[in-house]
Design a protein. Structure first.
Length: 157
C-alpha cells in the first residue's frame, strides 16, 4: 500500500494509537487544566458572592431572584469543570478522541433541555448551572468507566 494522498487513511489505528500528542499541544492542555484547577480552588477557598456580582454587573433588567442559589452550587460546578477539563486533556494527550464525546454530550444535552424549557420572561440561571453540573457529573463518571475499561482491554492483549 502506497502513501498516496488519494487512498483512505487507516483512521482507527491513528486515533487509538498510544503515541504522544504534538509537542505544541501539551503546554496548552497543561495550562488550560491548571487554570481550571486554580479557579476551582479559588472558588472553594474564597467563596465569592457570585449572585451579587452578576446582579450588579450584568446590564439590562432582570428579576431580583434571577441569580438566586448560585453561590451554593458554584463550588461543585467549578470542581466538575476542572475534572472535565482534566479528563479531556488526558484523553487528547493519549489520542483517544472518541472519549471526548461523553464529556461533551452530558452537559450539551442538559443545556439543550434547559434552553427548550426555560421561561425566558424570568429565566432561572440556577437551573442552567444545576443541570449542566449534573450533566458534567454523569459524563465524567461515564468517561472514567470507559477509560478504565479501555485500559484493562489493552493490558489483557
Amino acid at each position: 500500500m502506497s502513501d498516496s494522498p488519494y487512498e483512505p487513511a487507516n483512521l482507527e489505528s491513528d486515533l487509538d494509537s498510544g503515541d504522544t500528542p504534538p509537542s505544541a499541544l501539551v503546554p496548552v492542555l497543561w495550562a488550560l487544566t491548571s487554570v481550571n484547577a486554580l479557579l476551582a480552588a479559588l472558588v472553594l477557598f474564597l467563596e465569592p458572592d457570585v449572585e451579587s456580582f452578576l446582579t450588579y454587573n450584568l446590564p439590562g433588567p432582570h428579576m431580583p431572584d434571577a441569580f438566586k442559589h448560585l453561590n451554593q452550587n458554584m463550588p461543585m460546578t467549578m470542581i466538575l469543570v476542572a475534572t472535565s477539563s482534566a479528563l479531556a486533556a488526558w484523553n487528547v494527550m493519549q489520542r483517544r478522541y472518541k472519549m471526548l464525546m461523553p464529556l461533551f454530550a452530558g452537559p450539551g444535552m442538559c443545556f439543550i433541555g434547559w434552553y427548550m424549557t426555560e421561561n425566558w420572561d424570568d429565566p432561572s440561571w440556577f437551573h442552567l448551572v444545576a443541570l449542566t453540573s449534573l450533566g458534567m457529573l454523569i459524563s465524567c463518571a461515564i468517561t472514567a468507566v470507559l477509560m478504565s475499561s479501555q485500559n484493562s482491554r489493552r493490558r489483557n492483549k
